[in-house]
Each structure stands twice: as structure tokens, then as C-alpha cells.
Ligand binder design. Sequence first.
Ligand SMILES: [Cu+2]
Length: 159
Amino acid sequence: MNLHPTRRHCLGLLATLAVTACLPALGTTAPAKTTMDVWKDPSCGCCKDWVALMEKAGFAVTVHDTGNNAVRAKLGLPQRLGSCHTALVGGYLLEGHVPAADVHRLLKEKPKALGLAVPGMPVGSPGMDGPEYGGRKDPYDVLLVTRNLVGSDVSTKVF
Ligand SMILES: [Cu+2]
């Protein structure tokens, strides 16, 4: 059975329209979020504030309320670079109040490193910048931490 040429053309056009109509739906599908694990003390308030910022920055965060000393030691970050929470994202360690922009940059640039650390809890860093701090901003560095080839210690440089 032969379709009239014009009718055949219409069928083709219909198929094109159907595909086009589906495209916006595909475009709105949210990309899979990057997962992040965070270890912290259950009573740590500034940790929660930092986790909220990471979620806002697009990460799917799983929180482990077990404290972070054991996991930090296991991952090989010395206590002197320690802070209130330790995270793992994309195979990198994050220690303390690391800004989301630096996490994104780390995952984009993929340097050969253990991860990033903001030692201590500098006031004014992300999650340490609530109204209770009265707008105080102490200077701090985000450190890129690399494992030393010899020995068990690490090296740091400003990220
Ligand atoms: Cu903190």
C-alpha cells in the first residue's frame, strides 16, 4: 500500500515534533549530585552549618555522627591540621570549614593531593559566619594537603 507523498511527509513531521516535544523534559532532568560523606560530633553546631552550605552548593551529603578524630587519623591527616569535621568527596579529604568554591575547584582541577584543610575553626569561614560572630572575619588559608613520598607526614601549600 502506497502512502500519498504529502501524507508521508506529514508523518515524518509528526515524528520530528514528538522528538522535539520530549527534549525539554530531558533537559529538566537534574544531573546526579556529587556525594559527600561528613564525620562530625553530634553536638557540633558549626559542622551542621557547614553541611547546610555544602548541600546548598549541590552536594548530596551523608552525615556520620561518630566524631571525626578516628577517620581523620585513618585518612592520614595530622592532628595539627585538624578541625571539627572531616569529609570525603570524590576521593579527596576535606577538613574543617572549607569554602564550597574551593571544593568545586578541587574537583575540577583534580590535583594529586590528599585534599583540602582549614585547620582550627577560623571565625568568618563558611559555617563560622553566623550572626553570633557579629560579622567578625579572621584571616585564614585553605591548604592543599599532599602526602609526602618519604615518611608518613604531609606537606601543605595555600590553595
Ligand atoms: Cu566548626
